[in-house]
Design a protein around this ligand. Structure first.
Ligand SMILES: [Zn+2]
Length: 364
């Protein structure tokens, strides 16, 4: 499986300037190559190289290998289609290969700049050092919020699947961001409060509509996205750790259901559209895969209105938002924990005595 390690560079002010000039110059070159490609309808790397290489080197003062990477980057950008001319942002990520970039050790890299090769300190944590042993091919130089990073693709072997004897069902988004079939809930009030604060601030800024407000809105959106990502990382990490401890595969609902399931309630909709469940699902999936745990996708239909005790399924079982109440047998439980149990049940293929046999279930 492929994972990306983002390694932060710690350049001196002079080095920072050089890196900045380099990334800007490279993107200018890419825009030049892109317009050349566009005008002559030449999109294949080989032909584009013949056409643009000398000009790129002469006009932009880039090293041979950087020129090659720029041409490849432009050709790549036209791969999806050649219907519109591609433009590159001033600080768009710039690919580097082993001839112009390498790690000197865990705490320094050697990288080509318009001022020649420089040796720049970097920071790596334990997790990144482990990943970097499996680094493959190119890295991307990125300038993100004023800091330089190199994004390194690492290709690690899939771990062996651990032996599982149970299923951990996980429900997303009714009251808490996630609740599992053991009744453990994740996030809840603190996160919800923060989400509301963000939503309010956004609304106020949108109402103002001035340029300053728009700028603030952009930073706010970025901050909210980072907060959300952080919480999604925490939740997925705990879910996978729990599954591992109990020897369970993880069952998640197909996300198509999540919106229609809560059609009725407006505040609920706001909550859902303001949280990236898609991202959470991705995080759970790749963390599970790294831990050797399978993830099963289940059809979410009726998971919120079925009674896990007697199997009775009726819309009226869920008249309240937060609570499930079976009209048949009277079983009452928090709505999300109930749904998580149903998701688990759907994933358990053969369960005459409650044991999960997972031979047939589709593992995503
Ligand atoms: Zn019942």
């Amino acid at each position: 499986m492929k994972l990306v390690a983002n390694v932060k560079l710690l350049p001196t002010p002079e080095q920072y300037e050089l890196l900045k000039q380099t990334i800007e110059r490279a993107n200018e070159a890419c825009n030049f190559v892109s317009s050349l490609a566009w005008e002559t309808k030449t999109f294949k790397q080989f032909s584009l190289h013949k056409l643009a290489y000398t000009a790129v080197r002469d006009q932009f003062g880039l090293s041979a290998q950087v020129a090659v990477r720029c041409i490849a980057k432009v050709s790549d950008a036209y791969k999806a289609d050649t219907k519109v001319q591609r433009h590159f942002r001033k600080h768009a990520a710039q690919p580097y290969d082993d001839r112009i970039f390498r790690f000197l050790n865990d705490s320094a890299v050697s990288i080509w700049t318009v001022g020649g090769r420089i040796k720049v300190p970097c920071v790596t944590g334990d997790y990144q050092r482990e990943l970097l042993k499996h680094r493959r091919g190119e890295v991307d130089l990125m300038l993100v919020r004023g800091e330089f990073y190199v994004a390194c693709v690492c290709d690690i072997d899939d771990p062996d699947m651990i032996e599982t004897t149970d299923v951990l069902g996980v429900d997303f988004g009714i009251v808490n961001i996630a609740v599992d079939s053991n009744g453990t809930s994740y996030s809840g009030e603190a996160v919800e409060a923060k989400r509301r604060i963000y939503a309010n601030r956004r609304r106020n800024l949108q109402r103002k509509g001035t340029r300053a407000a728009k700028r603030k809105l952009r930073t706010l959106k970025g901050r909210q996205a980072r907060y959300q990502k952080d919480i999604n990382h925490q939740i997925s990490k705990r879910l996978v750790a729990d599954a591992k401890r109990s020897g369970s595969v993880i069952a998640l609902e197909d996300l198509k259901g999540i919106r229609e399931r809560v059609k009725a309630n407006k505040s609920q909709r706001a909550r859902l559209s303001n949280w990236s469940f898609h991202q959470l699902r991705q995080f759970v999936t790749y963390k599970a895969r790294r831990a050797g745990i399978g993830v099963i996708s289940v059809d979410p239909r009726n998971t919120s209105r079925t009674c896990p005790e007697c199997g009775h399924c009726e819309k009226a079982n869920r008249t309240e938002r937060d609570t499930f109440r079976c009209r048949e047998c009277g079983h009452t439980a928090p709505a999300d924990a109930n749904a998580a149990r149903n998701i688990r049940a759907k994933a358990v293929v053969n369960r005459p005595n409650g044991n999960a046999k997972l031979g047939v279930a589709k593992v995503a």
